[in-house]
Design a binder for this molecule. Sequence first.
Ligand SMILES: *Cc1c(COP(=O)(O)O)cnc(C)c1O
Length: 826
Amino acid sequence: MTGQLSPSVFAQAKTASGFRDAILFYLRAHLARTPKGASLRDWWMATALAVRDRIVERLLRTQDAYKRRRVRSLYYLSMEYFPGKLLKSYLASEGLLETAAEALETLGLDLDRLSEEERDMGLGNGGLGRLAWCLMESLATLGYPAIGYGIYYEFGAFRQRFENGHQIEEPDEWRERGDPWTILRPSRSHKVPLYGRLEQGQQTRNSRWVHTKEIIGIGHDLPVPGHRNPTVNFVRLWSSHPPEELDLEAFNQGGYFEAVREKTFCETISKILYPNDKTESGKELRLVQQYFFVSCSLQDILRRFRRLHEEWEVLPDVATIQLNDTHPALAVAELMRLLVDREGVSWEKAWQITTRTFAYTNHTLLPEALEKWSVPLFEKVLPRHLEIIYEINHHFLQEVEKRWPGVVERKRNLSLIEEGSPKMVRMAHLAVLGSFAVNGVSALHSRLLCDRLFRDFHLMFPERFHNKTNGISPRSWLLLANPPLAKVITAAIGDRWVHDLEELRQLEGLLEDPGFQEAFWKAKEQNKKELAKLIGRLCGVRVDEHATVDVQIKRIHEYKRQHLNLLHIVALYRKLLENPDYLPHPVLILFAGKAAPGYEIAKCIIKAIHAVAHKIERDPRVREKLRVVFLPDYGVSLAQKIIPAAEISEQISTAGREASGTGNMKLALNGAVTLGTWDGANIEIAEEVGQENLFLFGLRAERIAELIQEGYSPWDVYGKNPPLREALDWLTLSPDFLPGEPADRLVPLRETLLEKGDPFFVMADFDAYAQTREEAFRVYVDRKSWITKSLLHVARIGKFSSDRTVQEYVQHIWRLRPVSLSALRT
Ligand SMILES: *Cc1c(COP(=O)(O)O)cnc(C)c1O
């Protein structure tokens, strides 16, 4: 025993019987249950606590080493994290998967069943949150010092159900069964001011922010264990609370309702994750939420800095703060406020420190998703920050004037404030101006950032711009998601791929090996069988487990073009009615994904997919050949079940609109062949895997930009393409798909494709898509060709490991050194 760092008795147990003792201990001591009375949930919780015990031990050692060595660290600010279920992931990181399974078996329990008791942490919406978690996982696995910051939402995005084909949203009470993973840190709490007004000082830059409302943020630390190494980092998530004194004061004066109202307001801030991916809404609360999160996180970073360092100028040398999209961009103004108002640093020095500390990742070019806040709202909620932003802008526009004297347009383009009524604060501009590095998330996206969205910023600060192509964790998306394939691969080439995904290249040597091909195919078949069972459980339909599995699983969005997929399904349906042998092999088309609650067209697309799926299901003429299924409540866990079984990966976004995509990488890693446009990371996947091994189609970004200039009319396409016209008319004008419902249900879908000009070029790409997809269906029958394509997707996907992504950030932006804790390995 070594005093403070002595591990608990159970954290040392390495055998199945030792682990079993730990589970039984937690069952009794923490859950007050005997094995006889314990429910599955109790067993899950006890097992979780048993593994947490060990993780905490590593966490303490890691953090102690970081502190002693005063390491340079990354701080990652993200409004979302999407870890999925953690039990198996944490067990695997400790190398305890088998031990735990064995221990549970002696108790008559099954680890897989047990881990189904866990609810996915509801802290993310989609790709952005998932990326944040993959990066955190890779950072820990590579041994780099990093802390993530986020919000401890009480409710996740929403739970999705379907009623008569409509999306029904239900609260996602993900913590209902308890949260064994996070560690409450009441000592890590910060006061966040809001509203109030300014008292003018001598100059605008030193006015005082007074009569503010105060909110308390309390930290909850979610450990992030590295895979099979001693490192454990953490993500600190803030929950919002009323200041202590508030209740009593109002309460004592008899103001019970007032007190409760105040309390409710304070607690609302961390109540829900905004279920909006890409589109922005919920104005005031969302702004308050962002500021709350940013202020707690920065105060925390500065507090930690202060314990070890004297001079504020050193901050950029020991910390980089990465902004995951524009949601935390307020951090630029908040750091200025903390340094100038609270720490008495001069404006010039504070600006230098700030712009050497932040880096910003952009995730989208979609104009509606670039955050802007109206000046009046901003002034009401954060008057001091508005003043700071004006001051920053004033200095900046002087610089712009020096660079381009008299060019008003440049100033208008670059300004942090957009003219108009009301004026708007452009958060993306604040993020670019306040950061020393700005990056996009795929080669194409980064190029478009420089050429289009941030063109003038790029002219002014070319050295600031980077590309960091996204990646995915090989642990989450192969080792844990797809044990059958992971085993086949490990048997063939060993298990070094888990830490170095480029190792998969060795599989190319087995391309012609019949034994390996067979094992590879068998793994896919096994996963397809499991998926068929899952579909039975979730949707109550029986599907052919041998059908080609074609999947489009992602948020429902017009730019992702689920409606392109759907239109082709309707066209195929017509062809099958004419010629029952039109398809060479049965096809199962899967959809999964949520639509933002306020996004009407997305919801209409969901409705239309269900209508088509339902009609085909009841049509004995085609249902043995073509099936369509929409799986509810897409999330990380569901993705981990669908992806191993997938054979065709639909990545069909309008070129130039999908910043990167990561679903495309996960599916390729699991042997699904890409059917996609020349967009986002699809391009780099094609370059790695070899274009001839993908099914690529459609207009490219340059051509689409030209068409927008020249004027594009979907009516022309509609007039010239009878199969498309017939499919669209049948779906949206006939009563066949929605018998007994109002005839205009799907009219919004028709309108966006025709009257509203088809902004996502669905009509323009239809023909190319139909041909290419049907070619894929034909190639599938040639098993040898198919296995080659599929295998090459796996063998050549190594670049898309989030380990590589992290290494690039480390080299060019974060400048971290791995901290070796090997001496501490026990
Ligand atoms: C990977 C992932 C996404 C992102 O998918 P894209 O196809 O890149 O849009 C969204 N949601 C979940 C749950 C994921 O795992």
